[in-house]
Design a protein around this ligand. Structure first.
Ligand code: BJW
Ligand code: ZN
Length: 239
């Protein structure tokens, strides 16, 4: 294990983890962009499946696609990277992931920037929301409160991030001493901007990824390899 990375983690009082789809890849949840394997966006068009315009054009298609992803996530288990992160009660977890694997691993402070696939909400934003059974996901249905469509409670392209989550993430980032960036291409904004925010506030940046990412230039230490192997080793014993 890289000594500089270990020293950064050991000496930091406040640590933020910033994760992306690569954190859950070893659990069998597909990533979005992966130069090696392609990822979801190689076979599926994000503008048709992860945008309000796509949902308006074909709500059944979008609902079916999310049902498939929900079943995949229901079958997945947290991997050693989730478990190692969750075991550190002193880390604030800022995640772009909509799966619930960090929470299932027992993580306490999880900030979900892109929402959660484990809940539906009213597309007309009337305020109605309900939990869904990931193993037996519902088809397209009407909001019981206003009659519009229900949709996954996730953030699609062109939509704003949940204000409370965003503000909490910003607060954690400006006051942390180290950020552990795990399994993200750092290609999607505004989330990816949190890495530069941390860096400009004086934090050390450690990146764990199977390959260089768009945040590589910001890294104090870049550890190339699988999250499930590197993260547990990096976070072993605190002192
Ligand atoms: C491993 C591994 C292993 C693999 N171990 N590593 C500034 C500049 C340019 C564009 C914009 C900008 N600001 C905003 C935009 C537009 C847009 C955007 O960012 N576009 C870019 C693609 C160019 N952003 C938005 O639209 C956002 N909203 C917004 O800006 O609102 C303000 C606004 C409103 C109205 C008008 C104008 C502005 C919203 C973004 C929402 C993103 N939504 C998604 C879908 C969520 C729901 C769902 O899951 O279905 O979020 S897209 C998808 O990308 C998902 C992810 O959270 C997100 C990030 O992806 P992530 O997690 O990084 O995954 P990958 O696949 O990209 O990377 C995986 C990485 O893991 C790879 O690097 C692998 O190497 C690595 N890896 N195995 C370690 N075992
Ligand atoms: Zn409604």
């Amino acid at each position: 294990m890289n000594d500089v990375a270990r020293r950064i983690i050991r000496s930091a009082e406040r640590i933020v983890s910033f994760s992306g789809a690569g954190l859950s890849a070893e659990s069998g949840v597909p990533t979005f962009r992966d130069p090696q394997t392609g990822g979801l966006w190689k076979d599926f068009d994000p503008t048709r499946l992860a945008s309000p315009q796509g949902f308006a054009a074909d709500p059944d298609l979008v609902t079916e696609w999310y049902a498939w992803r929900r079943r995949t996530i229901a079958e997945a288990q947290p991997n050693p990277a989730h478990t190692a992160l969750a075991a550190r009660g002193d880390i604030t977890h800022v995640t772009q992931n909509v799966d619930d694997l960090l929470r299932r691993a027992g993580a306490q402070h999880v900030i979900e920037l892109h929402g959660t696939i484990a809940r539906d909400r009213c597309h007309a934003a009337c305020g109605h929301e309900e939990a869904v059974d990931l193993a037996d996901p519902p088809g397209l249905r009407a909001c019981p409160a206003c009659g519009d469509h229900l949709r996954p409670d996730v953030v699609w392209f062109g939509e704003t991030l949940p204000a409370e989550a965003w503000e909490a993430a910003e607060r954690a980032c400006v006051s942390c001493e180290a950020m552990l960036v795990v399994g993200t291409s750092a290609a999607v904004y505004p989330a990816a901007g949190l890495i530069a925010l941390c860096k400009s506030a004086g934090a050390k940046i450690i990146i764990v990824n199977t390959q260089p990412s768009e945040a590589s230039d910001l890294a104090d230490v870049e550890l190339l390899g699988k999250a499930g192997e590197i993260v547990p080793e990096l976070l072993q014993e605190r002192h």
